[in-house]
Design a protein around this ligand. Sequence first.
Ligand code: SF4
Length: 480
Amino acid sequence: MDKFNSNKIKELRELNHITQKQLGDLLGISDRAVSKWESGLSKPSGENLISLARIFNVHVESFFEISNDIKTRRDNVVGGMESLTELYKIGRGPSSSHTIGPEKACLIFKKRNKDADRYKAILYGSLAKTGKGHCTDEVIRKTFFPYECEVEFNYIFEDIPHPNTMELISYKKNVEQERVKVFSIGGGSIAFENDDVRMPEKIYKLDRFSSIAKYCEEKNIRLWQYAIENEGKDFSDYMQSIWDAMKISIKNGLMDAGELPGGLGVQKKAKSLFNSQHVDETPVTKENRKVCAYAFAVGEQNASGEKIVTAPTCGAAGIVPAVLYYQQEKNDFSDESIVRALMTAGIIGNLIKTNASISGAECGCQAEVGSACAMAAAALGELFDLSIDKIEYAAEIAIEHHLGLTCDPICGLVQIPCIERNAVAAMRAINAVNLASFLWNTRKISLDKVIQTMKETGYDMHKSYKETSEAGLARIYINK
Ligand code: SF4
């Protein structure tokens, strides 16, 4: 049997400039527990190994000493990036980690427990603390329908392997059939404990912007061509379906009115924003208003539990479609051009997902809205045929000026500050690409560096600011 390699955790932790305390916080355990693993006094559980693999972007098997021939084979899958189909997903809002992920987990669990006549789900960590606002319980019950499913919110138990942990249990005639922990690891992706520890295949070999840019330069190709090279020729069709779904959510959102669900009393504003006029309407204010209306449209569809595309998450789903929809309308860009821009944006989103995080529960809103803003800036750069250097700078600016942004949704609902924040970030993406097109040759910070900075900032952020609704606007609002 493969032997656990206690040095590996220390090695990866130091390589990623993370302290034992930061790693412990991320895993919801003490720094003493991390210290014990590193000194070989204890071993992480299977669930913690999954989380460690995710945090360090390595395969779970990297933590074991394995024979040389197997090692050579496995080394090929360590590093690299997953398919963009793991990033762009069509699903129901309002949260990729709180609705799309749990829905997927329940579907799999229901399928493999066909004989069960009753289910139970226990939610822990961020899933418990903001699950009500995110409608996690509703989605779970709907997924198990017509069977009964009790949903329990466990706000107390904190020794969990991942901030978004749930336990699923099936019963037949009141006898327990199966009990399993599942982790909603961001962007709608999930991992089951024990039997499903394998991450999706890493189909991209390169996982740093610098190496991808160098490769593209040598082969004289654009970033979207690099995506097709790795994803295969059918990828354009998949991305067209993503763009179609984005357009539908904007159109539906612009027709909708009334109050958003959840009890906060937030009115849908996309339609009125789209139909209003500024007292001093200039081409610039008109552009801002329309782009914002499109971002609101998607944000409101998401908050209503309608279908949207994770770009890269549900909470930040309005930014990329808003800027692209406006450009298609204004400059008559073909769907083919938009799809290429989406692929370029996807490479940026994938780099952030791989080397930092796109999860608000892991790194705050900088990881969601900041990442989406960078993706939108890169997409615009592609549409405007900017050089890869300029695209990099645009994406870098977009992230840099979201560093430290906390996640504090009021009442756990993806409404305030989320929807308006999508609109502001869409405008910021336009500014970032404009600035980059003028100043690109003066920059000092690379995209890879700012991604690393975002990760470290997110790990240092107090956990109450990471999708728990325990601090920031969420706390002030409740105590007003
Ligand atoms: S504050 Fe940001 S990260 Fe948090 S739920 Fe809203 S959009 Fe997502």
